[in-house]
Write a protein that binds this ligand. Sequence first.
Ligand SMILES: Nc1ncnc2c1ncn2[C@@H]1O[C@H](COP(=O)(O)OP(=O)(O)OP(=O)(O)O)[C@@H](O)[C@H]1O
Length: 397
Amino acid sequence: MPNSHPAAADGARPPQGPPAPDLEPVTGGTGGNPVPAEGRSTRPHPTPTSTPAALEAHLQVAHPHFRLDITLTAAPGDVVALLGPNGAGKTTALRALAGLTPLTDGHLRLDGTDLTRTPPENRPVGVVFQDYLLFPHLTALDNVAFGPRCQGASKAESRARATEWLTRMGLADHMTARPRRLSGGQAQRVALARALATNPRLLLLDEPLAALDARTRLDVRAELRRHLAEFEAVAVLVTHDPLDAMVLADRLVVVEHGEVVQEGSPSDIARHPRTDYIARLVGLNLYKGRADGHTVRLDSGPTITTTEMLSGPVFVAFPPSAVTLFRDPPTGSSARNHWRCEVAGLETHGDQIRADLTGELPLAADLTTVAAAELDLHPGSVVWATVKATQTHAYPA
Ligand SMILES: Nc1ncnc2c1ncn2[C@@H]1O[C@H](COP(=O)(O)OP(=O)(O)OP(=O)(O)O)[C@@H](O)[C@H]1O
């Protein structure tokens, strides 16, 4: 989130004021995105050495109290989502890709061209910022035409390209509207058109749907998915929202504490989470232990019976919906797994109640409001949690 950084220590900031619509063309340009005016140069884009877009980056950034060290690679047409908790370093990574935050070490290659030291305005990169950063005094058309114009296209050619992109985005009737007259979803599409109108080889999107209300978000998410599927170069998006990541991206890269903790397809990550953060994100209870046949002894002591036959270090996961709670120690239950727990908290989760349980095995359990009332659950209640072996999923750690 560019505007939430404690200090623009690297000199990157939103535009100080709108450019004149008939601005003299400046050669180069980061997707027509607002880059620091003082950083503009007249050098053209570096010429790619091969046609297909491919990202290969090792991003190392050292801030006073934070260190980012991640490797990112992407094939042409890939949509990669950087997912992670607050402060994980997602925005820092995105800004490093855009050249807005300099690398302390590492490299960035796009289509085989080394861009490590290329200033932002000379990178073939388009950025959609979280709050879009549209020029408030320019029409939608001029906002989008700004990028091609900066790249040296004539005024007529820039406007023609902007018209084409806005039409593709379903905004033909809003060409002359200024940003304040656009809805959130429309402004998002103008920002996307502005980034795409320069034919970027790398498209960066920072929390692209965060500024939208829930209803608009649903529509814009589906639209954005369509546009990203058509985009033939590399797209990297940053998000907190697992749904956005799963819907929009082919590959997720989960970042925690400035490092990549897991990457893979959305379904692989959902099935095999490797950290607590990811497990919570996809709504699973996750434990680490050592398997010996069908029994997994957790590092914290208790055992879980699973259907998989494994040996050595493993993860075991099961959803909160797989947990059944009893007030008394279960006797007739067919579940092989039962643990004594204490209710630490209760919260509404959709039309269910989610119980946060502590004890020999900390876990989350979902139950209906009727079941919660029958069990007379409240913080401090002692309950027995059971899970069938068939509801667990074990995989090598
Ligand atoms: N210019 C800067 N100077 C010093 N520290 C910075 C700077 N920019 C970011 N940081 C620090 O780097 C860390 C990572 O921040 P970053 O914004 O990249 O995280 P994030 O994953 O995008 O988080 P969020 O989801 O909250 O936006 C934070 O601790 C932040 O305070």
